[in-house]
Design a protein. Structure first.
Length: 150
């Protein structure tokens, strides 16, 4: 059951912005606050990403770690429920690429980057454009692969 106030196109537009400031991260998280763990796995993955993004701004370390782990739980739940969804893989890759190594949440980078490259051409419309803009700036997509998606 999709939420009336949640358009995937709007969520996709907000997602890259959410990493740019605490204000944007909190607005993004607020937009996804009503999503439940058993809902659309794509929205669950975005909610997980939003929680990890907000955790970066937590005032104390314990809160930061607790929030981060909560976000990871949501993202992994989405990935486990729908392992062949390219958008969920993109979300997880974007988080894993950008978290500090100390989090130890980086084990799917190579696998997710490979999945995006292998399944990119099958996509169409707004999702394909969205994937393209992410993949072209991704640190994990090989340069040779980037040449092929331009």
């Amino acid at each position: 059951m999709p939420h009336a106030n949640l358009e995937l196109s709007e969520i996709r537009k907000m997602y890259p912005e959410a990493s740019k400031s605490e204000t944007f991260a909190k607005e993004f998280a607020a937009k996804l606050a009503t999503i439940a763990l058993d809902e659309d796995p794509i929205l669950v993955a975005y909610k997980g990403a939003s929680i990890t993004m907000v955790s970066k701004f937590a005032k104390n370390l314990n809160q930061k770690i607790k929030q981060f782990k909560e976000g990871v739980k949501w993202m992994e739940s989405a990935a486990n429920r729908n392992p062949n969804n390219i958008e969920i893989r993109l979300i997880r890759l974007s988080i894993q690429e950008n978290v500090p190594r100390i989090t130890n949440y980086r084990s799917n980078i190579a696998e997710d980057a490979k999945f995006l490259v292998e399944h990119y051409k099958e996509q169409s419309g707004p999702l394909k454009e969205y994937l393209k803009s992410f993949m072209l700036q991704s640190k994990s997509i090989p340069v040779a692969e980037k040449q092929m998606i331009k």
